[in-house]
Design a protein around this ligand. Structure first.
Ligand code: EZ4
Ligand code: CO
Length: 403
């Protein structure tokens, strides 16, 4: 099965997605997600200018060899742009190999280890009644686990909270990033009360998650995790900036609140201390930003030795192709934990036709051969690229802070 073409498709149906589309001499089409929020064209260039020409004429079955060729062969390893580009190739090749075998991809990864993947949905509210309503809405949609984000008095706009009834999308279609505000002390004063109220209203059984989005210092995170222990969180996410693996030692030594980290990490090397020293409980990486199924599976196998489970990133900026890859992998591995699911805008389905399903709180990748996703090229052309950027945070005195 020889690769004949490798084309990069940039399209913005609702938001921007970058997709690698590979065709073979037998007429099969394989897809890989290469979407890196706010830096989309950098990955498109890496793929289109430097990788696609190398793929032509290669055997599409050679998934491992191609991964090593691109990773070691570039000399410059790791980093989000590189690893997202390699991920797109890896996932497109897995898609092709599974289609050729006539099997849904999860069957090539070891088969199903469960009926479906427990998914969590997002609920955010500026104040408690709004948040409670948002949680009720998610439960009515079928979610059985909920991520809770709340407004904080004195902070006008902040991560995870939006006007009622509008879908949350952190990337804004503006030529420059919008600026949001942050105040750690105000946040630390307010959030424990919010989580207490939510736990009280929704009872002890509902899994509740919360994302700090990299904003606290290690000692603040340690205190926060400890203060949330009575509310039994499923996890506390990105409590400190993820690249400082050692910071989690301090957090961990003060709290038994489970910790999740890794949506911005891109290599197994970013996890060596975190996994080896048992500093986290859930791995947030998605195949899209971590070098694909081949590379993420290695991270998760290492994690399994330490009873650390998956909690793959599933925001709207992981495309339907990337979501499908996550679902096939998550269905097959033993140490699956939970899957984030932030459904795409309805207009995205004009371009990407998917086979995955969501019922009774569980996602399933479906039974179509390969990933189960089709890309309509003519439809993609109707949604030309639109720049969008993630916000930037500032403290009350104007200092730039982690967003
Ligand atoms: O801000 O995907 O847990 N989910 C998140 C996301 C990230 C975006 C960044 O592109 O933190 O909302
Ligand atoms: Co997050």
């Amino acid at each position: 099965m020889i690769i004949e073409t490798a084309e990069v498709v940039v399209t913005s149906p609702g938001r921007t997605f970058v997709t690698l589309r590979i065709t073979t001499d037998e007429g099969l089409v394989g897809l890989g997600d290469a979407t890196l929020n706010g830096r989309e064209l950098a990955v498109a260039s890496y793929l289109g200018d430097h990788v696609a020409p190398l793929l032509i004429g290669r055997d599409a079955h050679a998934v491992e060899d191609t991964w090593q060729f691109l990773h070691r062969g570039a000399y410059w390893r790791r980093g989000p742009v590189t690893m997202t580009a390699i991920a797109a190739v890896d996932v497109a090749l897995w898609d092709l190999v599974a289609q050729r075998a006539g099997l849904p991809l999860y069957q090539l990864l070891g088969g199903a280890s469960r009926r479906g993947l427990l998914a969590y949905g997002h609920a955010g509210g500026r104040e408690l009644p709004e948040l409670s309503e948002a949680i009720h809405r998610r439960l009515a949609e079928g979610f059985r686990a909920i991520r809770v984000q709340s407004g904080v008095p004195g902070i006008a706009a902040l991560y995870g909270v939006t006007d009622p009834g509008t879908a949350y999308e952190p990337a804004r279609r503006t030529a420059r990033p919008v600026e949001e505000q942050w105040d750690s002390r105000a946040y630390l004063r307010h959030l424990p009360g919010v989580l207490e109220a939510v736990r009280h209203e929704f009872g002890p059984a509902l899994p509740l998650l919360h994302d700090v989005h990299h904003r606290l210092t290690p000692i603040e995170a340690a205190r926060f995790g400890r203060s949330l222990e009575p509310y039994d969180l499923f996890w506390l996410e990105d409590c400190t900036p993820a690249e400082n693996q050692e910071a989690l030692r301090l957090v961990r030594s003060h709290t038994v609140t489970p910790l999740a980290i890794g949506e911005v990490l891109n290599s197994v090397h970013d996890y060596r201390t975190l996994i080896g020293e048992q500093l986290v409980d859930f791995i947030r990486s998605s195949p899209t930003h971590t070098g694909g199924i081949t590379a993420l599976r290695r991270i998760l196998d290492l994690a399994a030795l330490h009873q650390i489970r998956s909690g793959m990133h599933g925001p709207t900026d992981v495309s339907p192709v990337g979501m499908a890859a996550a679902l096939h992998l998550g269905l097959a591995i033993h140490n699956f934990g939970i899957q984030e699911y932030m459904p795409h805008a309805a207009v995205t389905a004009d371009v990407f036709e998917t086979s995955f399903t969501f019922a009774e709180g569980l996602l399933h990748p479906g039974e179509r051969p390969g990933l189960g996703v089709r890309l309509d090229l003519a439809a993609a052309e109707k949604y030309p690229y639109q720049p969008a950027y993630l916000p930037v945070n500032r403290l009350p005195d104007g200092t730039v802070h982690d967003w």
